[in-house]
Write a protein that binds this ligand. Sequence first.
Ligand code: UD1
Ligand code: CA
Length: 500
Amino acid sequence: MPDDLTVIVLAAGGGTRMRSKTAKVLHPISGRSMVGHVLHAARGLEPTRIVAVVGHQREQVGPHIEALVPDVTLSIQETQEGTAHAVRVAWQALPEEARVGTVVIAYGDTPLLEAETLSRFVRFHRDSPVAMSILTGVVADPTGYGRIVRDEQDAVAAIVEEKDASPDEAAIDEINSGILAFDADFLDEVLPRISNDNAKGEYYLTDAVALAREAGRTVAAFAIDDVVQTEGANDRAQLAALAAEMNRRILARWMREGVTVVDPSSTWVDADVKLAADVTLLPGVQLHGATVVEEDAVIGPDCTLKDVEVGPGARVVRAHGELAVIGAGASVGPFAYLRPGTVLGRDGKIGTFVETKNADIGPGAKVPHLSYVGDATIGEGANIGAGTIFANYDGLQKNRTTIGAHAKTASNNTFVAPVSVGDGAATGAGSVIRRDVPPGALAVSSGPQRHVERWALRKRPGTQQAEAAEKALGAQADPAVGRPDGGTPGADVGDAPTSG
Ligand code: UD1
Ligand code: CA
């Protein structure tokens, strides 16, 4: 089949310079592993098959790749004897009938590689009457790369590896990116002929160039300007540099799509995040995972959202959220913590110093201040007083609290789950609600207020407290105040609740 396309991703090498328990290609950039980015680009080609070569830390790398590309062919390179050896291992993992068409070689640690680049490269290779093509770049410092050696006619003659290069060859600034395309027939024929007779004692895939020439075949070079797409991260400093570059590119793309990014240098948006036009990201915003932000929403400053859906026109300020849904026009923060399972309805509010978890907060419902809302359903238009705790855990299991539509609960309440408050009901300040409240009822659980008159004068004599009290009592003209019976009876019960 002429259109048959195989992509071989080499990911068997060690990542010593990362100094990490985590395999090099699994280190994340913009919410995906490095190899995840490469596989994403490879899939963009819609290839017939993808083969991944794993070796070092393959118990981590193998399952990760299989999770991302379920139909991948994994091939194991037991010992890392060079890039040609790695490709040979991949090649042998394929059945005879799959060793046809075009074969692209890529590395697992070049996260900025774009599908579009690979696709242009494959088209270039297929349009040229050549045995193989090299994706090359001209770089300021070619150290470490294989150099592209050209003949008098400017045709590609060989790739010479750094360690085998003469001073003249070492001075060449056109380099092999490592991304190569082969005609399957040629690859099949050249792989057994590559030796390891070189400075590193490795099987160099790059030797295929000189062997092609010897066989009278031609090799083409496809130069790209954007060489960072082919750069690998070998240590944490390079990882950070590539991450910053990828983030810069992601933000540039969203700005072209109509998103306002006030401070790109302090804004981080993962590769899989989706933003609508006229979204505004204020400084200090990090959007991770599968976060989606709809139009006219304003996020920030200082928000971290992972796998959060933000509806149109919502406002999120200094918040941390994970696996939560924020409805259209809703308001969150400042200083809010939305834990998994939080669903805030249209025009709802999760205010300041509020933590929510498994909480379904209805349209227009508000939890404005200093509260914990766990395992709760709050009805449409309900208002939760300041300092409310949804006591969802009895020490054995989590229980649910339901607050009815348009209920108004007062400040400093505790809802001891499982419990429910009916539609249109109310509670008194400081109540501990343990029994279901009927619709429309006022529930009051705190006892009537009692006064022990002149207590400070008797129990704290000689203190500033007593002195202040004495002074105030001396100035007291109204004989009703300070009555020994403890205040106005019934002042609490039946009053409108003190709402937050
Ligand atoms: C290779 C190229 C060089 C090119 C450079 C670009 C060869 C001989 N050299 O050099 O021309 O400029 O990449 O970065 O091909 N790998 C395996 N198994 C192995 C050896 C390597 O899977 O046995 C994988 C590594 O994990 C890595 C990639 O292949 O992802 C490249 O291997 P590396 O040893 O880093 O090659 P370089 O010396 O950088
Ligand atoms: Ca390398």
